[in-house]
Design a protein around this ligand. Structure first.
Ligand SMILES: Cc1cc2nc3c(=O)[nH]c(=O)nc-3n(C[C@H](O)[C@H](O)[C@H](O)COP(=O)(O)O)c2cc1C
Length: 168
């Protein structure tokens, strides 16, 4: 049974779904299951030791709306023993003051922040503010398919290499 559960929310068949599939492939599809938060329930969480949670940024500085209900249930779920990694999509040119904020909101809502792994450098991005940035790093993987799609595959590959050492 897969030990990693990837839970994502974004536009139907949008970029977040595409990135979630790439992350699944990176771990090997036998090792990771995909769940759209729009059509799963929080009980699915309990099957996994490791969670990867991803959202697009929407509105101005919000999570994708499909996350709104799910996050309330998630924060009540037994997360204490689980390691969690986050990814967020955004557009640093159009939204430089709320870049990948959806990821930051998920982080803020998590009860056991010490369980979050997979922080990444902000160096290759240009933005003014992101609530997903803590002490100079993103709290997870930031993907910008709008303005830096050419960097996506390497960002995912490098991140998964780190997570493989953390998810054990
Ligand atoms: C209405 C709207 C609001 C957005 N707000 C933000 C934002 O606040 N911050 C950000 O970084 N990106 C923002 N974006 C960019 C999206 O997060 C980005 O295009 C993402 O790749 C969309 O993923 P999806 O196709 O899975 O929905 C916004 C896009 C739209 C259309």
């Amino acid at each position: 049974m897969a030990r990693i559960g990837i839970f994502f929310g974004g536009r139907d068949n949008g970029r977040t779904a595409k990135i979630a599939r790439k992350i699944q492939e990176g771990f090997g599809i036998e090792n990771a299951d995909l769940h759209n938060v729009k059509s799963t329930n929080v009980e699915a969480i309990s099957k996994y030791d490791f969670l990867v949670l991803g959202t697009a940024a929407w509105g101005i500085g919000e999570m994708h709306s499909d996350w709104e209900n799910f996050i309330d249930e998630l924060t009540e779920a037994p997360l204490k023993e689980k390691k969690i990694a986050l990814f967020g999509l955004g557009d640093q040119v159009e939204y430089p003051e709320s870049f990948v904020d959806g990821m930051g909101i998920i982080f803020c809502r998590l009860p056991y922040k010490e369980n979050v792994v997979g922080y990444t450098s902000t160096r290759s991005y240009k933005f003014y503010y992101s609530n997903a940035e803590k002490e100079g790093e993103f709290v997870g993987l930031a993907i910008d398919e709008d303005t830096q799609p050419e960097l996506t595959d390497k960002r995912i590959k490098d991140w998964i290499a780190v997570l493989k050492t953390q998810f054990k």
